[in-house]
Design a protein around this ligand. Structure first.
Ligand code: SF4
Length: 137
């Protein structure tokens, strides 16, 4: 049996907005494989377990330190804001379809400058573009 995909709270939005950019080649390759599964024909049924630690996306990240991250303070703040916005808690399991529905309900277009404040990828606008696309259906 394959292990379920694990996401820390802010990585649900990262997975939505991912367009092939990342911290290293192996990071990007791993995240691309996860996102391809989510965006595949049955991707909405993918079960994701919420974790408060390093997750499936963090695994090959050059910033990961064991179950933590060199950017721990910034990442913890991001995770707290996203967990609150999407109603997530560690140990919870939800499908990618449910996650997208929560994003649609609780994260309006234009809100990422607050929700994702401090994230280096924000300025590229890819996540806001993906969020708008999700709201357009
Ligand atoms: S920067 Fe930290 S939270 Fe982000 S993917 Fe890397 S290890 Fe995970």
């Amino acid at each position: 049996m394959t292990r379920p995909v694990q996401f820390r709270p802010h990585h649900f939005l990262c997975a939505l907005g991912f367009q092939g950019k990342g911290y290293s080649g192996s990071f990007t390759q791993n995240m691309a494989a996860i996102v391809a599964q989510l965006r595949g024909p049955d991707g909405g049924d993918t079960v994701i377990k919420v974790t408060a630690q390093a997750d499936s996306i963090c695994t090959p990240c050059p910033h990961r330190r064991g179950q933590s991250c060199v950017k721990v303070a910034q990442i913890a703040a991001l995770d707290d804001r996203h967990a609150q916005a999407l109603g997530l808690h560690a140990g919870q399991r939800l499908t990618w379809s449910d996650a997208k529905s929560r994003i649609r309900t609780h994260v309006p277009p234009g809100s990422l400058s607050d929700l994702c404040a401090g994230c280096q990828w924000l300025e590229f606008g890819l996540c806001e573009a993906a969020l708008s696309e999700l709201h357009r259906g």
